[in-house]
Write a protein that binds this ligand. Structure first.
Ligand SMILES: [Zn+2]
Length: 306
């Protein structure tokens, strides 16, 4: 197609100079540019006829803070916000963290997550806190996973199905252990990198990070690498409900997702955020594809993610 355009422009320019008139040259250029516009990709053309929807996930929580609890604020915002009321999320929790899930406040919040229709999934259940599973003796990892599954069953009455490893570090041995315990690993497509790094919680680059990840998503959709379900492409986004900045800005971040998806040429579903809980499970099961996600993991630095 590009060859046709070049030939067409060459003929027009040649015609212009052969007649030696400026007006003819201008006309030729105008026609040539019009020809270009008619065959080059339209910047406003959608990446796909199918829209995207966002599966919102949170890591590290719940917060055990008695006042100004970030997890509680996030649950309030998911329930009521200007973009879509009643958003359901997956919370990858630390069930026994001494300042979070291991506290009375933390346990109440995990029960509220389930009551509000969100899905409880496992980050880690170690009393040692946010510990890298790949550096844990396998016997300890087995106890950790068993404890976490039991904690989630006791808190929600439901079986834990999904896991996201601390620091996103995994290897064939830990993956085999997850599978043995009936857990599927789910990573993500979009992240605002809001895991606390050296105590800093502010995130002035959230929009830039969302846009960069959505550009990658658009490319993967064009290349046929992302699976569609029920007439849409589910996109998994990660945030941290222990981050007070994220809690205060969640409504803005939800809006950034919608706005930036449109900016990169993606159609957005009329209900941009996936709901209800059964749909979360279906979509998370679809996306918990280890071979694809393992490839993504190698392309992403893990040091800034908690
Ligand atoms: Zn984490």
């Amino acid at each position: 197609m590009a060859g046709v355009v070049v030939r067409r422009m060459a003929i027009l320019v040649q015609a212009c100079f052969s007649y030696g008139r400026f007006a003819g040259f201008a006309l030729a250029c105008g026609l040539g540019l019009a020809a270009c516009r008619s065959v080059l990709p339209d910047a406003a053309a959608p990446v796909s006829a199918l829209p995207v929807r966002f599966l919102i996930t949170f890591d590290d929580g719940p917060s055990g803070a008695a006042r100004n609890n970030s997890t509680a604020l996030i649950l309030d915002t998911l329930a009521h916000n200007r973009w879509q009321d009643g958003i359901k999320a997956i919370f990858f929790v630390q069930t026994r963290h001494r300042t979070g899930g291991g506290t009375g406040t933390g346990r109440q919040l995990m029960q509220r997550m389930h009551r509000d229709g969100h899905l409880l999934a496992l980050h880690t259940a170690s009393v040692r806190g946010h510990v890298n599973h790949t550096q844990m003796p396998l016997a300890e990892l087995d106890r950790n996973l068993g404890d976490g599954i039991e904690d989630i069953r006791r808190l929600s009455g439901a079986a834990a199905r999904f896991i996201r490893p601390p620091f996103w570090h995994f290897n064939p041995a830990t993956l085999a252990r997850y599978e043995m315990h009936g857990l599927s690993m789910l990573l993500d497509d979009i992240s605002i990198r809001d895991g606390k790094v050296w105590g800093i919680t502010s995130n002035p680059n959230a929009r830039k990070r969302i846009r960069a990840d959505l550009h990658k998503v658009a490319r993967r959709i064009r290349d046929g690498e992302l699976p569609a379900v029920s007439g849409y492409f589910p996109l998994v986004m990660t945030m941290h409900d222990t981050n007070s900045t994220t809690a205060r800005n969640l409504e803005s971040y939800l809006g950034m997702l919608v706005e930036e998806a449109r900016h990169v040429g993606l159609l957005v579903h009329p209900q941009p955020f996936i709901t209800p809980g059964e749909e979360l499970i279906r979509v998370a099961t679809l996306r918990a594809n280890r071979s694809l996600l393992a490839r993504l993991e190698t392309a992403r630095p893990t040091v800034a993610v908690e």
